[in-house]
Design a protein around this ligand. Structure first.
Ligand SMILES: Nc1nc2c(ncn2[C@@H]2O[C@H](COP(=O)(O)OP(=O)(O)OP(=O)(O)O)[C@@H](O)[C@H]2O)c(=O)[nH]1
Ligand SMILES: [Mg+2]
Length: 381
């Protein structure tokens, strides 16, 4: 096995460009791409962070704290690499779990790239820890650290140990590394960071390929939750407005405002109410029967039975309409594409039949209940 892998290493790589800084206050990890180092106590996690960032021993003193006594890293320590990427040093895996605080629970949920560090001879009990990590994160680099332990033996021994780890953890790839020399009490004059360059460049390659997508997916998930709120709020309003004489005017205004909000959410641009309403006629043509009913009804004085029917129609049409706009905008298409609007609206309109039945049991003023209904509706187009 060749561990002298300094060849092909790009000096301008991501880890070199960043000015890593520890941050005091835990950031909102749901908005960033998070790389976390996880593993048993004293496996060399903090040393690996210093090595990834190519710190000298003196610089390392100010960075991830390294020590021969186990449990040196007590809490999560979060390093900001750039605006969107965090590198997180964690205490030993069992400590992370035992602590079970809100921050560590969130932390486990938001790991995008896990670096799982093991040491010594293969230990099948680590498989459970790895499986736990896999539940939250599917991009995992597995590192066998402290390979210098076998320096005095035939190189075949290290190869056998690597094979055994692969077998026990059921994995194809493992990164053998050494991160010796970061302990301030260390007496060795030079750092020994074998294997770290290979790991670094593979993480960088992964970031290059997938990093943007991961961030985008996360960004979109967040946007969807705002979209759900916008749509649910509009439905509650529309449901109430259907009871008002002359309701069609109010309903159309609410729909226009919701479309403009969704447009702003996805494009960051303000759509004039006029332009927002401009896309409505397409939909009116699709649902003439019910809209005409609503329109005609709006001139009548409110009477119980009619109002409830009108309210349900107003709500289901508005739901299909806003779900269509949401779908089109979130997929990056333009809301001016009439054909797309039309066909998507038709699909959603059919889907509202089922939702319509659930509507019967929904309190018209209960926003959380509406939000749950809308979230479910948007999930199965
Ligand atoms: N022989 C050897 N020792 C290492 C290596 N990497 C780190 N160490 C030593 O192992 C000890 C623990 O290293 P840390 O980097 O503090 O390990 P950690 O996993 O962060 O430890 P905790 O935060 O206490 O869980 C220190 O004395 C390091 O100098 C290595 O590759 N080989
Ligand atoms: Mg540590």
């Amino acid at each position: 096995m060749d561990n002298s892998d300094t060849t092909g290493f790009d000096e301008k790589s991501f880890f070199d460009r960043v000015a890593a800084q520890f941050i005091e206050r835990a950031p909102d990890l749901s908005k960033s791409l998070n790389i976390a180092i996880i593993g048993k106590v004293s496996s060399g996690k903090s040393s690996l962070i210093n090595a990834l960032l190519k710190r000298s021993r003196r610089q390392a003193l100010e960075l991830a704290k390294v020590g021969a006594i186990s449990g040196i890293t007590k809490n999560l320590t979060i390093l900001k690499l750039d605006d969107k990427v965090y590198l997180i040093d964690s205490p030993g895996l069992d400590d992370v779990r035992a602590e079970n605080s809100e921050i560590t629970k969130k932390f486990l949920k938001h790991i995008d790239i896990g670096i799982f560090v093991v040491t010594g001879s293969s230990d099948a009990s680590q498989k459970k820890n790895l499986d736990d990590l896999r539940q939250h994160c599917d991009s995992i680099f597995i590192v066998l650290n402290k390979i210098d332990e076998w320096d005095d033996l035939d190189p075949k021994v290290l190869n056998d140990i690597i094979d055994q780890w692969k077998n026990d953890l059921k994995i194809d790839k493992i990164y053998p590394t050494c991160t010796k020399g970061y302990d301030p009490k260390s007496r060795i004059p030079k750092m020994d960071i074998r294997g770290v360059y290979q790991l670094r460049s593979d993480i960088e390659e992964f970031l290059e390929k997938k990093g943007k997508d991961l961030l985008l997916v996360r960004h979109m998930t967040e946007k969807q939750s705002y979209a759900v709120k916008i749509i649910a709020t509009a439905l509650v309003a529309v449901g109430g407005e259907a009871f008002i004489p002359g309701s069609a005017v109010y309903i159309t205004a609410t729909q226009g405002a919701a479309i403009a909000s969704l447009y702003y959410l996805y494009t960051g641009k303000i759509l004039s109410p006029h332009a927002a309403l401009g896309i409505l006629p397409t939909f009116l043509a699709e649902s003439t029967g019910s809209s005409l009913f609503l329109f005609a009804k709006s001139f009548l004085p409110p009477t119980g039975i009619l109002d409830i029917a009108a309210s349900s129609i107003a709500i289901t049409i508005t739901l299909a309409l806003l779900a269509t706009v949401n779908h089109i905008l979130s997929s990056g298409a333009s809301i001016e594409e009439e054909e797309l609007l039309r066909s998507k609206f038709r699909t959603y309109r059919t889907q509202t039949e089922e939702t319509f039945r659930e509507l019967g049991c929904t309190d018209i003023r209960d926003l959380p209940e509406w939000s749950a209904l809308v979230a479910k509706f948007l999930k199965n187009p």
